[in-house]
Unconditional design. Structure first.
Length: 147
C-alpha cells in the first residue's frame, strides 16, 4: 500500500452555512467538479434526506498517475463546519480514502481540505504531489462553484 496525502485551503466570500450546504450535498459534486467526480449515487439518506452513504466514481489524473476509483463512502456532516467522507471498508486489507473538509470564519469562510489515501499501486509509480494536486483541484472547484 502507498500513502497519498494532500491539503489545500482557500478563503471564499460565502457564509459558512452556504459553503457547508455545497460540501454536504455530495450528490452534487459531479456538477461542480466533473473532471474528477464522475458520478455519485446516494445509497442511504438520513430522515431529512441528507446522504449518509454514497457510491462514487472518481477519475484521478495527475502527472504520471491516472486511476479510476469506484468507492462506497460514508458521509458525516457536522453543522459546526466539518464534512467527512470515508471509504466504507469491506475487509481489513481494503484501500483507504478519507476526505475531510473544515470550515472556519476568515473574512468570509476559510475552506480547508485534508485528503488521505492508502492505495494498492506499484511502488515504482511516482506519486509525489498527487495528494496536494487532488486536494487543490477540489478546493479550487468548490471556490469557483461558490463565486
Amino acid at each position: 500500500m502507498r500513502e497519498i496525502n494532500g491539503t489545500a485551503t482557500a478563503v471564499v466570500p460565502a457564509s459558512r452555512e452556504t459553503v457547508l450546504e455545497l460540501l454536504g450535498a455530495v450528490e452534487r459534486y459531479p456538477q461542480w467538479h466533473p473532471d474528477v467526480v464522475r458520478s455519485v449515487e446516494v445509497l442511504e439518506s438520513d430522515p431529512d434526506g441528507r446522504p449518509l452513504t454514497v457510491r462514487t466514481k472518481l477519475h484521478v489524473s495527475t502527472g504520471p498517475f491516472t486511476h479510476d476509483f469506484n468507492l462506497t463512502m460514508g458521509v458525516r456532516v457536522d453543522a459546526r463546519g466539518t464534512v467527512k467522507l470515508s471509504k466504507v471498508k469491506s475487509d481489513g486489507s481494503d484501500q483507504e480514502f478519507d476526505v475531510v473538509w473544515r470550515l472556519r470564519k476568515d473574512k468570509g469562510t476559510r475552506i480547508e481540505l485534508d485528503l488521505a489515501a492508502s492505495l494498492d499501486v506499484s511502488r515504482f509509480l511516482p506519486l509525489g504531489g498527487v495528494g496536494d494536486s487532488l486536494a487543490e483541484g477540489f478546493v479550487a472547484a468548490a471556490a469557483e462553484a461558490l463565486a
